[in-house]
Design a protein around this ligand. Structure first.
Ligand SMILES: [Zn+2]
Length: 120
């Protein structure tokens, strides 16, 4: 991959990482605030715990993406970026444009989503 394209993906990864870190931080603050809320009726409590669950699952998802972004940045350092971790083929440029932190080419991603890929 040429340096210019690599830099474009790197910038996008760093940008995405910064925004995810911002989101994760805010969600955790919000969770703490909701906990200290003392005066609320049971209906409020229920909707609060639903919101918390929602935020929790969202930040779990964010954390997974954050991990994948970190890994992608590491692969850039090792000059292995843009290569499928499973089959070793180059990942399609369109796919990298859509998900710059992807680990797999479209074929292997499909296998992974169907649970047919052996992951380390
Ligand atoms: Zn592959």
């Amino acid at each position: 991959m040429d340096k210019k394209r690599l830099k474009t993906y790197r910038d996008r990864l760093l940008e995405e990482r910064a925004s995810l870190l911002g989101v994760v931080g805010r969600n955790e603050d919000y969770g703490r605030e909701a906990d200290t809320e003392a005066t609320q009726d049971p209906a409020d409590k229920a909707s609060n715990s639903y919101t918390k669950e929602l935020l929790f699952s969202q930040s779990t998802n964010d954390r997974i993406i954050l991990t994948q972004i970190e890994e992608a940045l590491e692969r850039m350092e090792d000059e292995e970026y843009g290569v499928c971790l499973n089959c070793g083929q180059e990942i399609q440029p369109k796919r990298l444009d859509a998900v710059p932190w992807t680990r797999y080419c479209i074929t292997c991603q499909d296998l992974q989503e169907r649970g047919l890929l052996d992951e380390e």
